[in-house]
Design a protein around this ligand. Structure first.
Ligand SMILES: *Cc1c(COP(=O)(O)O)cnc(C)c1O
Length: 364
């Protein structure tokens, strides 16, 4: 099969050295494997700039959504009420989870290309004393908008609410000082900016907040508290863990550190994203999210004209080495291009050349 690069929000293109870690079969209760898990727990805290006195890390089997759901079912009980802020489908998925779990919540919904309004948020928090938790997605992968985390975290702190952040597609690619932001539960997964393969997610949690969550979960396998109790002892996972994925992830973190940590990865992603936006704009593609709200992760572009066919475009570009992503907006025709993973300036330049050829070929 032809190799191509994934220009998607994850799973994404990983290094051969990360993939090679999966050629070895490991035993879940052996010390070597538990050491790998413990090293990951420690490194994730470092990446979050958090100390083990105040914060802890828990890994959870499944895709990222499983981990988000484990936080929602564990961090809240039926006395609590969440303010769920959404401007995309990943936020809406959290609302759906809240319905499944039976949580009390207020849904504050804004347009997919807009930021939540600070005054409106203030008004809600001021007038609804029942709210105990604030929940938001950091980078809404639906569109690529980067939400104003500092603003929302300031409000959550001012009103003393527990802050839950889905940073699935940003953690590892954008610097975040989790203690300074006052984030109580930050969620991400193996196959996004840390550049591992899919199979588990992780939570960086404020220790005292997590310790208070015993008995909240209404799901056994998604009980984050119970998972933490077990894993925190000696690095042993509760139930079978994705051993190959965990080993690959450990390698991926080492490679992130070797690249220069999150600041260096951010620079690479940011540069990729600038080149991508500039290159495609020159070819007649308008980005959906204005520059100042654009994340360095993934970009949504409008179709350039009425005759543009995404399926045709997709196959043309795929045959020449890149896999793109369909759009996720209902009212406008769009597609998305991710720029995370093993993707460099020269890849973006090559992609722009391929798209230029395509546009030349179809416009005729
Ligand atoms: C990828 C992603 C998720 C999780 O999606 P899965 O398909 O379950 O891994 C959740 N939130 C955001 C913002 C994401 O980008």
């Amino acid at each position: 099969m032809e190799q191509y690069k994934l220009l998607t929000p994850g799973p994404l293109t990983t290094t051969n050295t990360v993939k090679e870690e999966m050629l070895f079969d490991r035993c879940t209760w052996d010390q070597d494997y538990k050491d790998i898990t413990q090293k990951i727990l420690m490194q994730l805290l470092q990446l979050a700039k958090a100390s083990p006195e105040d914060y802890t890390t828990v890994l959870m089997q499944g895709s990222g959504t499983f981990t988000v759901e484990s936080v929602m079912t564990t961090a809240m009980n039926n006395q609590d009420k969440a303010l769920i802020i959404t401007n995309g489908t990943y936020g809406e998925r959290i609302v759906k989870m809240a319905d499944y779990i039976g949580l009390h919540y207020k849904h504050y919904d804004v347009a997919y290309n807009a930021y939540p309004d600070e005054l409106e948020l203030k008004y809600i928090l001021e007038n609804d004393a029942a709210i105990t938790h604030v929940v938001m997605v950091h980078c809404e992968t639906t569109t690529g908008i980067l939400n104003p985390l500092e603003r929302v975290s300031r409000l959550a702190k001012a009103y003393q609410k527990t802050l839950i952040v889905d940073a699935m597609s940003s953690f590892g690619g954008i610097e975040m000082d989790i203690p300074a932001l006052g984030i109580d539960f930050l969620i991400s997964s193996a196959n996004k900016c840390i550049q591992g393969v899919p199979g588990f997610g992780f939570v960086i949690a404020k220790l005292d907040k997590l310790q208070a969550c015993e008995g909240n979960a209404n799901s056994l396998s998604l009980d984050l508290y119970d998972q933490w109790k077990e894993m925190n002892k000696d690095g042993k996972w509760r139930y079978t863990s994705p051993t190959h994925v965990v080993a690959a992830f450990s390698k991926a973190i080492d490679e992130l550190m070797a690249e220069g940590g999150i600041p260096a990865r951010f620079q690479r992603y940011q540069r990729n994203n600038q080149l991508l936006r500039e290159g495609l704009e020159q070819l007649g593609f308008q980005p959906y999210i204005p520059g100042e709200r654009q994340s360095p992760i993934i970009t949504t572009f409008l179709f350039p004209n009425d005759t543009f066919e995404f399926a045709d475009f997709y196959h043309y570009v795929k045959e020449r080495g890149f896999v793109l992503y369909p759009g996720k907006l209902t009212e406008i025709n769009t597609f998305r291009v991710g720029n995370i993973g093993e993707v460099y300036e020269e890849d973006i330049k090559r992609l722009c050349n391929v798209i230029q050829q395509y546009m030349g070929a179809v416009v005729k």
